[in-house]
Design a binder for this molecule. Structure first.
Ligand SMILES: NC(=O)c1ccc[n+]([C@@H]2O[C@H](COP(=O)([O-])OP(=O)(O)OC[C@H]3O[C@@H](n4cnc5c(N)ncnc54)[C@H](OP(=O)(O)O)[C@@H]3O)[C@@H](O)[C@H]2O)c1
Length: 286
């Protein structure tokens, strides 16, 4: 690995910046992966839900990128287990779903496999089964996504294996301060998805006067300030872009530092606002 990394609680090294691939597929995926790899990205985030695991695999293959040189994350979705069963009953095993992800990604292992969403009906079962795959050596690290403290506390009741990563929506309009603190205390690596609050819907974030001021001071873009604010907290992040210049910009955040005062100013923009699904809705069913 030749870019900045973090070490997960099982000793696995993970690049602190990755390429988010939601909505990318076909030629858009190929071009984004090409420009990202050239810019230094070695971490690629996909999911069954994005229907682009195969696109990522062939992009990597056509670019001649070696498997050992990159870190791949994919995610297990509870809907995969249920498939087309109208009664919502489980018809597939986690292992079957995982093997289909391996086939689509044309690889024999995954660096990080996450439970995509804390569906209260399935997530404890999914976690037990993922631990088995991890212990069998098919996955280098396992984790969760969009889990809140109560979900994580419940995992502790069924196993001593602590998730290595919790991938969550995190940006200045939803800084997840308490959850980041809880995860740090429990050695769970936070990975910030949607760092730009998904882009189009977040013009107010990219044009926020506080962020613009800080960006001007450092002669950087607002996007770089946001990503720097995330990694300066020790969190991994996976911005998505199909624009070559922005891909370069988004990884060039290691040569400047935000002051404590600037970090605090950015924390103060918090509105606890989700631009994707709000996981608090699942808590009533725990
Ligand atoms: N675990 C989960 O449940 C979950 C949920 C959502 C997302 N994710 C993961 O997180 C990744 C990133 O999140 P996201 O896709 O929701 O969106 P995002 O990274 O927050 O925002 C992407 C948007 O920001 C724009 N952008 C990128 N760099 C920019 C820059 N330097 N300046 C201005 N605009 C910029 C992009 O436009 P251009 O392409 O035109 O640059 C795009 O419209 C996803 O792709 C996915 O891998 C995970």
């Amino acid at each position: 690995m030749d870019c900045n990394t973090v070490i997960l609680n099982n000793g696995v090294e993970m690049p602190i910046i990755g390429l988010g691939t939601h909505t990318l597929s076909g030629i858009k995926m190929y071009k984004s992966v090409k420009h990202a790899y050239r810019a230094g990205y070695r971490n690629f985030d996909t999911a069954w839900l994005y229907k682009n695991e195969s696109s990522l695999a062939w992009s990597l293959k056509f670019l001649g990128i070696e498997r050992k040189d990159i870190f791949i994350t994919s995610k297990l979705e509870w809907k995969q287990l249920v498939d087309n069963n109208l009664k919502g009953e489980q018809v597939k095993s986690v292992k079957t779903c995982f093997e289909s992800t391996l086939r689509r990604l044309k690889t024999d292992y995954i660096d990080l496999y996450l439970i995509h969403w804390p569906n209260p009906k399935y997530y404890l079962y999914m976690w037990e089964e993922m631990i088995k795959l991890y212990e069998e050596g098919y996955i280098r690290a396992i984790g969760v996504s969009s889990f809140l403290e109560p979900h994580l506390e419940k995992l502790k009741t069924i196993s001593d294996v602590i998730p290595m990563v919790n991938q969550i929506e995190m940006h200045p309009l939803n800084n997840r301060f308490d959850l980041v603190k809880y995860c740090n205390e429990n050695e769970i690596q936070i990975e910030a998805h949607s760092p730009f609050a998904r882009g189009a819907s977040a013009a107010e974030l990219m044009c926020h006067p506080v962020l613009l001021d800080i960006a001007r001071y450092h002669n950087r873009s607002v996007a770089q300030v946001i990503l720097r604010w995330i990694i300066q907290q020790g969190c991994v992040t996976i911005p998505r872009s199909k624009n070559p210049e922005r891909l370069v910009q988004n990884i060039h955040i290691f040569d400047f530092e935000l002051s404590e005062e600037e970090m605090t100013k950015i924390y103060s923009l918090n509105q606890d606002r989700f631009f994707g699904s709000d996981p608090r809705k699942t808590l009533a069913y725990l």
